[in-house]
Write a protein that binds this ligand. Structure first.
Ligand code: AMP
Length: 617
């Protein structure tokens, strides 16, 4: 497939905000892209590989600037300038190529396959010279690309497509592309044409019978027992159409939940229909997305969300881990689906015999503890192990960890559709506990608010984060922040901090300052960085921030700016962590802007930050 065809679709997608329209555009694309389907589906989501693959093409914006320098001949400072004014390196690439005086148009056309080939091979370049080879690989693509193609090559490489295409849109587009269209029955309409119709059995008497009509029941469709492939249209009642659509979407969603790859799902839907999707199964050693939790502010609100009675777990201050086991082999994946088995070899080794199951997947938290007294140590310390490549044995002695499983996703087959009670009971059956190695989570099943409150106190007293409340009847929904489990954490005090720097935003928000560098006072008239506030800002807030900060800019370097410390904000956050990155030695975890404090001229002191850090322990 010519890359230009895909680029035309990208442009169309980028020009609308309507999800329905995006779904329509994508479904047309998917229906027509033949052999390239799985690549095109992944590309449209800004991916080169499927999400579960551990490969990463490893190109930073900086390296991209170098590749652009090589292929356009422009200087780095000109590229950075264009990047800043366009707010996006892709747009900058397009402008630079358009501006090339003697544009030598490539004789060879860029194809989707060529882009996929070059990008995929980059993940395998290793060792010295690998950066140069990556630059060569991108430059080759850019030299074959037209200006608008270059824009999307750059965006694909950086994984930032900016098309507003989410998972739901891709799922719906796959459903529309590869299943028959769905139409509501119309009284009096002539259905005797030669289209092959699959008709709701409740309409049998009304529609009459002819050789191109087959009938189905919603029930058998739901069970995946209706053969849908080969039909042109599905006809049902007005409300039946919605149900049919939802059922079909559910098959596609199921495929994605267990494979984590819409490329594979699309190909399966096209080639094998519902039957194929139904048979897609979770595969051991191929991680799936973890179910996420909603946040609640009180125990009562928690019960409202998950019902009574509910399971109450300690919320550990550790790291989410999906543990896959097959026979004697164990692999551990993070919440971002990275394989960290090598970082925790002792866990993999010790738990093999403690989990009695040939094939299973456990959802767990890895919690670190003090080897001297067994008390828990916070995530921050544990995180050192995640990045470690060397000296791992020593690390495992210094920072030993315990695995705390809380859910079971697979036991010789998928458990996702079973209720949480069933999954947990099954988990209890296969886990043999050993302190310091593997223990189920601290947990109680109750409807009693005071019992929950007691657990919350105990969890905090032990240095954990709070509690999770879980719906006993709920299925497991990968990747969703559904209310099947909720988290309840204590609210932190806020800090008044001064903005000392910021960054010019990219994309839709270009022209606005964002990613605010926050500082606390050192008590001597200077400010120490305590983190960056980058998320959760509304357009109005960004506009206001830009207006306030622009006149205060004292220095600019690329997209970074330093500002006079005059604007004070009240920041909320989840935690204070120690940090080598910031000059205060601390970093706020998930800082959010509460309000502007125009009533204040100075920021809170480093002592207050320290006090908050200590009070968490
Ligand atoms: P958060 O990261 O604040 O959104 O909270 C959700 C995270 O809490 C999960 O991703 C887990 O890593 C962690 N967690 C700790 N203890 C539990 C537990 N008992 N059940 C579920 N998640 C837990």
């Amino acid at each position: 497939m010519d890359y230009s065809e895909l680029v035309a679709v990208y442009e169309e997608l980028g020009s609308t905000r309507s999800n329905l329209e995006k779904t329509r555009i994508l479904s047309e694309l998917f229906s027509s892209c033949g052999q390239s389907l799985s690549t095109v589906v992944r590309f449209s989501m800004g991916r080169v590989f499927s999400a579960w693959k551990d490969e990463d093409i490893g190109i930073s914006s900086k390296l991209m600037v170098k590749a652009l320098k090589k292929s356009t001949g422009a200087s780095e400072s000109r590229i950075t300038e264009a990047w800043k004014s366009e707010g996006d390196l892709g747009e900058a690439a397009q402008k630079l190529l358009e501006g090339k005086t003697q544009q030598t148009f490539a004789v060879k056309k860029l194809t989707v396959e060529k882009v996929a080939e070059n990008l995929s091979e980059m993940a395998f370049f290793e060792g010295s010279g690998s950066q140069g080879r990556k630059i060569d690989s991108i430059s080759e693509l850019l030299s074959l690309a037209s200006p608008s193609e270059a824009k999307y090559v750059v965006r694909t490489v950086l994984g930032k497509m900016r098309l507003g295409v989410g998972e739901g849109t891709v799922r719906d587009a796959i459903t529309d592309s590869f299943f028959p269209s769905i139409e509501a029955f119309e009284e009096g309409k002539d259905y005797s044409g030669d289209e092959k119709l699959l008709v709701d059995e409740r309409l049998e008497e009304k529609i009459g019978y002819n050789s191109v009509i087959s009938f189905f029941s919603l029930d058998s469709l739901e069970k995946g027992e209706t053969y849908v492939k080969g039909f042109d249209k599905i006809i049902s009642t007005e409300e039946g159409c919605k149900k049919v659509k939802n059922i079909l979407k559910r098959f596609v969603q199921h495929g994605y939940d267990v494979t984590n790859d819409f490329g594979e799902v699309a190909t399966t839907a096209r080639d094998e229909g519902i039957e194929g999707l139904k048979q897609l199964e979770m595969t051991i050693f191929r991680p799936i997305n973890a179910m996420l939790a909603k946040k609640v502010d009180s125990i009562e609100e928690g019960f409202e969300e998950v019902g009574k009675p509910a399971a109450i777990d300690f919320k550990y201050d550790g790291m989410r881990a999906q543990v896959h086991k097959k026979g004697g082999e164990v692999k551990i994946f993070t919440r971002r689906l990275d394989d960290v088995t090598n970082q925790f070899p002792e866990v993999a080794e010790k738990i093999v015999d403690l989990i009695e199951c040939d094939e299973c997947i456990l959802d767990c938290e890895i919690v670190a503890y003090d080897p001297d007294d067994g008390s828990m140590v916070p995530f921050q310390k544990l995180s050192k192990r995640i990045k470690r490549k060397y000296g791992i044995d020593k690390m495992s002695e210094e920072i030993p960890v315990e695995l705390r499983p809380f859910d079971l996703l697979n036991r010789e087959g998928s458990m996702l559709k079973k209720s949480y009670s069933e999954r947990f009971n099954s988990l209890e059956e296969i886990v043999s506990e050993e302190k310091g190695v593997l223990r189920l989570v601290d947990r109680a099943v109750t409807s009693d608010v005071s019992e929950v409150s007691g657990m919350q106190q105990r969890s905090l007293a032990e240095g954990q984060e709070g509690i999770m409340m879980k719906n006993l009847d709920a299925v497991y929904k990968p990747g969703s922040r559904v209310g099947y489990m909720v988290k309840l954490k204590p609210v932190m005090e806020t800090l008044d901090l001064v903005i000392i720097g910021a960054e010019w935003s990219e994309g839709r928000r270009s022209g606005w300052l964002g990613s605010l560098v926050l500082g606390c006072s050192d008590g001597e008239g200077d400010y120490l960085e305590v983190g960056r506030l980058a998320t959760g800002l509304t357009d109005e807030q960004l506009e206001e921030i830009t207006e306030r900060l622009k006149p205060l800019i004292v220095e600019e370097d690329g997209r970074d700016v330093v500002v006079k410390p005059e604007v004070v904000v009240e920041a909320e956050f989840e935690e204070v962590q120690k940090s080598p990155t910031y000059s205060s030695g601390y970093a706020l975890r998930f800082p959010r802007l509460k309000t502007f404090r125009d009533d204040k001229e100075d920021a809170d002191s480093i002592e207050k930050v320290e006090r908050l850090y200590k009070s968490q322990r």
